[in-house]
Write a protein that binds this ligand. Structure first.
Ligand code: IMP
Length: 401
């Protein structure tokens, strides 16, 4: 079996983009299965910085095929913009390299307007990205979504828009015209994703399923109601693509060596002091999508142990260990009593780990920190990231598929 899913074990922004890119080297196909352009993945490849929101990370490698599954909510205008941007950076994108599932729900302008107006009403503020993600998922569950394949049939599209317009109160004629203008640009990518991915699995291809956001933002298991509107856990890779769960046996849990969160909601280990500021500055903790400052805090082992359990994580990819380099002592949350963290304190290594590629070259105290995380989270660390570049990585297992 050759399929693998990559998810975040915290609140997103764990550095999934880089790890997916690394795994993409060994993969044939890279698939997004949930979320939308609320995600932000930064890829640094040689002298180029790619900022992706909706396109799967594999898009930057021209020998890979990428797929957007039905679990995603897709803003067609944003997708076309992102395709143009990546193309302008010298990457070829055409229907041989990108496929969108027929049954993918669209994010339309009224979703974005609703998301933003709700956020402005202060008593309901979640701190969303304001991109229409929540309202689009609501319409999917409410059976009023417009799906990608509806663009194929003008009459059907008009009927579906009528249902949405009655509910949301907008002018359906204008939107119909706007959608007809771009439909061929989108439809060229639309195809039978579930059938195709299952056939590729039968043929023994390596597929990476690329999660977005993080487990603590999952609509069922996250810090509800301060969550995103999709399931972000590994199980969603199956529902969001049509590849059965028992054909995706490997789960890599991307885990930052400390904790960050964007938006509102509880965060047990949040720091409001100089150390929090230090993590924020050294870790360059600003949201890729919204540019908001991320809240920073110590590593929460109770949280990651649980998210490893519910995702069935088979190996942890530990990222941004180098951000802790200058700290004299480092805390790990080992228990949570009524929202108050109980910490264990470990000595810092106070020397640079940036760019280290061999485990043996890590300072002994950094190894001790990593080994403590493995014990507390009951999982093996299989990848350690020591910087933003692709080659600033320690690989502890040759074949992750
Ligand atoms: P929404 O997904 O835009 O509805 O936002 C809901 C919550 O998820 C907010 O707290 C966002 O800041 C957070 N969120 C959404 N996408 C991401 C992401 O890619 N990384 C981190 N947080 C995210």
């Amino acid at each position: 079996m050759t399929n693998l899913v990559v998810i975040g074990t915290q609140w997103g922004d764990e550095g999934k983009g880089k790890v997916v890119d690394l795994l993409a080297e060994q993969a044939d196909i890279i698939v997004r299965f949930q979320g939308g352009h609320n995600a932000g993945h930064t890829l640094v490849i040689e002298d180029k910085v790619f900022k992706l929101s909706l396109l799967p990370s594999g898009i930057v490698r021209e020998d890979k095929i990428t797929v957007i599954g039905n679990g995603v909510v897709l803003d067609p205008w944003e997708l076309l913009k992102e395709i143009e941007l990546v193309k302008s950076q010298g990457v070829n994108i055409d229907p041989t390299r990108l496929m969108i599932a027929e049954n993918t729900p669209l994010i339309l302008p009224y979703h974005k307007a609703l998301d933003q107006s709700r956020e402005q009403a202060t008593d309901t503020k979640i701190g969303t990205t304001g991109r229409g993600i929540g309202p689009a998922y609501e319409d999917k569950a409410g059976r009023r979504a417009i799906k990608a394949s509806d663009l194929n049939d003008t009459r059907l599209l008009n009927d579906r828009l009528k249902v949405a317009a009655e509910y949301h109160d907008f002018d359906q004629r204008d939107l119909l015209v706007e959608l007809l203008e771009i439909r061929h640009d989108i439809l060229q990518y639309v195809g039978p994703v579930a059938e195709w991915l299952n056939a590729q699995t039968d043929a023994g291809k390596n597929i990476v399923f690329e999660g977005a956001q993080g487990s603590m933002l999952d609509v069922d298991f996250g810090t509800y109601p301060y969550v995103t509107s999709s399931n972000t856990l590994a199980g969603m890779a199956s529902i969001g693509t049509g590849v059965p769960h028992n054909r995706i046996p490997n789960v890599i849990g991307i885990t930052k060596a400390y904790t960050t969160r964007v938006g509102e909601g509880p965060m047990t280990t949040e720091l409001f002091d100089d150390i929090g500021n230090h993590l924020s500055t050294v870790g360059k903790e600003k949201g890729t999508v919204t540019g908001r400052d991320r809240r920073c805090g110590w590593f929460d082992a109770t949280q990651v142990r649980k998210t490893c359990m519910i995702n069935g994580v088979t190996g942890i990819a530990l990222t941004k260990i180098d951000v802790l380099d200058e700290l004299k002592s480092i805390k790990i949350c080992i228990d949570n009593v009524d929202g108050i963290p109980v910490y264990e304190e470990l000595p810092g290594w106070c020397t640079s780990t940036i760019g280290i590629t061999e485990y043996a070259d890590l300072p002994r105290l950094a190894q001790a920190y990593i080994e403590r995380i493995e014990i507390l989270c009951q999982r093996q660390v299989v990848i350690i990231s020591t910087g933003p570049e692709r080659d600033q990585t320690i690989l502890l297992k040759d074949n992750l598929f």
